[in-house]
Ligand binder design. Structure first.
Ligand SMILES: [Zn+2]
Ligand SMILES: [Zn+2]
Length: 253
């Protein structure tokens, strides 16, 4: 699988990080995980074609993860691509129906297929050979993490969450865990993650992952990137590679 971090930021703007979005390219097909503000342009900048994206998987419905979904649907429609399937947690159907009601001029322009999924579900998007498993995160709204298995490789994307047992279980034996890390060590927070919250969970549950990439960085993380990596390297002996993701970073798993 080829992974492209399109956006590694959050709801608050900052230099060089737009909101959340990741492409997992499986057998040549790009599957988009989350689609916050700025992601449509990042798809272009990453040299993917937005009209090649007909599968979007949403972790949750916070704006920094969904703001560009309708923009993607409109851009695709303008370029004669009119089918899209959106997987997401409970509420995704109501959210999209409401949006299309407000933006009446888009109604009927796109064949939008919404599939709500929940913890424990597995699914396979059309046209690819893979298995995606859902698990619950701990966040202020229903939020899902996803485990993507294809061709002998496994990637997990946590979505927005505190470190939790369900995401640790989902991540067991993964080649790559993409976990949110909103704030630096010592920052008091719920529903999000700091490096000194994450290491305890990975160690306690013996979460065996080869690589850990951190994403979803708040501006408060600026200047704390290196110390975060060093902290985790010192405290996570079982993880071989630990990095902070940046927008447009590409890796092969
Ligand atoms: Zn978020
Ligand atoms: Zn959120």
């Amino acid at each position: 699988m080829n992974i492209t971090f399109l956006g590694t930021g959050v709801a608050i703007p900052q230099t060089d990080r737009v909101q959340s979005g990741i492409i997992a390219e499986i057998e040549g097909k790009p599957i988009l995980f989350d689609c916050g503000s700025g992601i449509l342009n990042r798809i272009f900048e990453s040299r993917y074609n937005h009209t090649d994206i007909d599968t979007v998987v949403l972790s949750h419905l916070h704006l920094d993860h969904v703001a560009d979904v309708l923009c993607l649907i409109k851009a695709n429609w303008l370029c004669d691509k009119t089918n899209i399937t959106i997987y997401g947690p409970e509420g995704t159907n109501e959210w999209m129906t409401g949006l299309l009601k407000i933006y009446g001029y888009l109604q009927g322009k796109s064949d939008t297929n919404i599939i709500e999924v929940s913890a424990g579900d597995t699914f396979t998007p059309d046209g690819v050979n893979c298995k995606i498993t859902c698990s619950k995160g701990v966040h202020s709204v229903p939020s899902l993490g996803y485990r993507i298995e294809s061709g002998g490789s496994t990637i997990v994307y946590s979505g927005d969450t505190e470190p939790c047992k369900s995401i640790m279980d989902l991540s067991q034996d993964a080649d790559l865990l993409i976990h949110e890390c909103s704030f630096p060590c010592g920052f008091e927070v719920t529903y999000h993650t700091t490096p000194d919250m994450l290491d305890g969970y990975i160690n306690y549950y013996n979460t065996n992952v080869s690589c850990l990439y951190l994403t979803h960085l708040y501006p408060q993380m600026q200047g704390h990137e290196q110390e975060s990596i060093e902290y985790l390297k010192n405290n996570l002996k079982i993880v071989q590679g630990i990095e902070i993701a940046t927008d447009l970073m590409k890796i092969k798993v």
